[in-house]
Design a protein around this ligand. Structure first.
Ligand code: ZN
Ligand code: FE
Ligand code: FE
Ligand code: FE
Length: 161
């Protein structure tokens, strides 16, 4: 990588890989969650994730760039961690609380990735692209907030019982 444009492209591919890996992971987490609100939150965010993946595809098309070819190893690790947790956990309330914790790690990772990509897009003068990425960033923040509320409301409390 020699310039910011190439670094930006690398970030786009990394985010594409992250979203792509999440499609599978979020559907597994939705299956596993036994709290109906949490299940719904995962299902809703899975639908948003499909759109987010599409947004990156559209952006890459504008730049004549293939979105694939890069594996986000950080997301791979976060998903592996969530999978290990799902296999190990025995209590239902602890399962739901832990799923929130794993999912929030994922959202925070995405938030930092999109924040960076938006900054680069603006710096490079790609205003419309920055706007499109901002739509996704807003969704990631909203997903994180929803998880926060679920955690605060009762899930974590019942895990202590
Ligand atoms: Zn990378
Ligand atoms: Fe996402
Ligand atoms: Fe990554
Ligand atoms: Fe997300």
């Amino acid at each position: 990588m020699k310039n910011l444009e190439q670094l930006f492209e690398h970030q786009l591919k990394d985010l594409f890989s992250a979203e792509n890996q999440l499609l599978d992971a979020l559907s597994k987490m939705a299956d596993k969650a036994t709290d109906s609100n949490l299940k719904k939150a995962f299902e809703d965010h899975l639908e948003e994730t499909k759109v987010q993946k599409k947004r990156i595809e559209e952006i890459c098309k504008e730049f004549n760039l293939s979105p694939s070819g890069e594996k986000c190893k950080a997301m791979e690790g976060l998903i592996k961690e969530a999978q290990d947790f799902m296999e190990e956990v025995e209590d239902e309330d602890v399962l739901n609380a832990g799923l929130i914790a794993e999912a929030q790690r994922v959202e925070h990772y995405e938030i930092s990735g999109y924040g960076t990509a938006i900054r680069y897009a603006k710096e490079l003068g790609h205003k419309d692209v920055a706007k499109k990425l901002q739509e996704t960033l807003d969704e990631e923040y909203a997903a994180d907030n929803k998880l926060n509320k679920l955690a605060e409301s009762r899930l974590n409390k019942s895990a202590m019982a």
